[in-house]
Design a binder for this molecule. Structure first.
Ligand SMILES: NC(=O)c1ccc[n+]([C@@H]2O[C@H](COP(=O)([O-])OP(=O)(O)OC[C@H]3O[C@@H](n4cnc5c(N)ncnc54)[C@H](O)[C@@H]3O)[C@@H](O)[C@H]2O)c1
Length: 373
């Protein structure tokens, strides 16, 4: 007789019951993960152990009628990880994204996360992960502002007014209690206004919609960027005020000044080294750079205009006290976060533990006894 395997299924409402929307707790967990990253107690995919994930990108002209065609934000990505410390678990986030989804009443990307026993590979929990992913994405700049932003910042700028920036905003707002004004910019004015109203009503931070990217950027002491790729964002360095902290969670373009006038802090240098390795291996480095958040930075590093990645700082080094965060009130800091599955695994695991304690979710059976081949 073999071993019975069952696992927990957590729907989106189950994850809410387990606390997925608790941004303060998620920032604490994210900070723990940053420390583990800098200690090296984790593994992600690929031979370099640091790959963001493995994606399916669709061709511009598919050779078969049913094969999907490339489109804005259209891809599938698997993001596996092992995370050590108290988590000590394996997991994989798997999502499909398509900018056309909202017309069908769906979020742009649809995400699930599975946690597995690190020894046997058995599933422990299969969970809806849209809220997990948004919360952990928000918690990353939330943890970053603790170390990088001027703590008396009163004006936050929001570029791209979708669900990811809502999560970023919420996590940041709890860390910076002096915020009084939120300047919101989106290519759709109604989205910017909705975000501004949401900020005023839910956080008491007076929101207003900005008419242009320039106006929004100029106003921001803390700037959170998470726009999708419907149209490229074109930043200019001269718009960024002294002392500003720019938190890049989505892709952006900029003139050289935008990238060179700030000190860059990375979420994890090893992830960016892996991106560059993958760009070289792809055979078309420039095209690869076009598709990733750090692309414009890697180009400037290749050109010798920015310090090499191995000479740069990861946020985890600052969390561990091994590097300095903000040094002066006037320093401009650019924080680059590309998203790592270790954060999904950590936050998913935390919610799974709560679900076990509180009896949340539904047990499903994989087998009573595995059928022998
Ligand atoms: N770093 C990470 O860990 C991570 C994780 C998840 C998502 N993301 C990125 O965050 C971004 C936002 O995700 P989302 O789910 O909120 O997307 P979304 O499409 O639901 O919303 C993004 C918003 O950006 C706006 N936008 C797009 N292009 C713009 C432009 N040029 N100028 C102004 N506004 C623009 C859209 O109108 C939309 O309101 C995506 O690019 C996604 O890839 C990053």
């Amino acid at each position: 007789m073999g071993k019975r395997t069952d696992f927990l299924y957590m729907s989106e409402p189950d994850t809410i019951e387990a606390g997925v929307l608790d941004a303060r707790r998620c920032v604490q967990v994210a900070e723990e993960v940053f420390a583990l990253l800098s200690r090296g107690d984790y593994l992600m995919g690929g031979s370099n152990h640091n790959s963001h994930g493995m994606g399916i990108v669709f061709p511009k002209q598919p050779p078969f009628p049913n094969m999907p065609t490339s489109g804005p934000d259209r891809r599938f990505v698997a993001m596996p990880a092992y995370l050590g410390g108290r988590f000590d678990v394996c997991g994989n986030k798997w999502y499909g994204s398509n900018a056309a989804n909202p017309e069908k009443g769906l979020p742009r990307s649809v995400l699930t996360l599975i946690l597995n026993d690190k020894d046997t590979g058995e599933p422990l929990c299969f969970m809806s992960a849209n809220l997990i992913s948004a919360a952990r994405t928000g918690a990353v700049p939330g943890a970053a502002v603790r170390h990088l932003a001027n703590q008396d910042a009163s004006v936050i700028t929001v570029i791209g007014c979708g669900p990811i920036n809502r999560a970023c905003f919420e996590a940041i707002a709890y860390q910076l209690p002096n915020l009084k004004e939120a300047v919101c910019y989106d290519m759709f004015a109604d989205k910017a206004q909705q975000f501004a109203d949401w900020s005023t009503e839910n956080f008491g931070i007076k929101g207003r919609a900005a008419a242009s990217l320039e106006e929004a950027v100029r106003a921001g002491q803390v700037i959170t960027v998470a726009a999708s790729r419907l149209k490229p964002l074109e930043f200019r360095g001269e718009w960024v005020q002294a002392g500003a902290t720019v938190l890049l969670s989505g892709s952006a373009r900029g003139d050289d000044g935008f990238w060179l006038n700030s000190d860059i802090v990375y979420d994890n240098i090893k992830l960016h080294e892996a991106y560059v390795e993958e760009a070289v291996a792809s055979g078309d480095k420039q095209e690869y750079y076009n598709g990733v958040i750090g692309g414009p930075i890697y180009r400037l590093i290749d050109d010798g205009k920015l310090p090499a990645l191995e000479k740069s700082i990861s946020l985890g080094d600052i969390v561990l006290g091994e590097a300095k965060g903000r040094r002066t009130a006037d320093q401009r800091i650019l924080f680059v976060a590309c998203g790592m599955s270790v954060f999904d695994v950590a936050w998913g695991y935390e919610l799974y533990q709560t679900a076990l304690e509180k009896g949340i979710g539904q047990r499903l059976t994989l087998w009573d006894s595995p059928r022998q081949a």
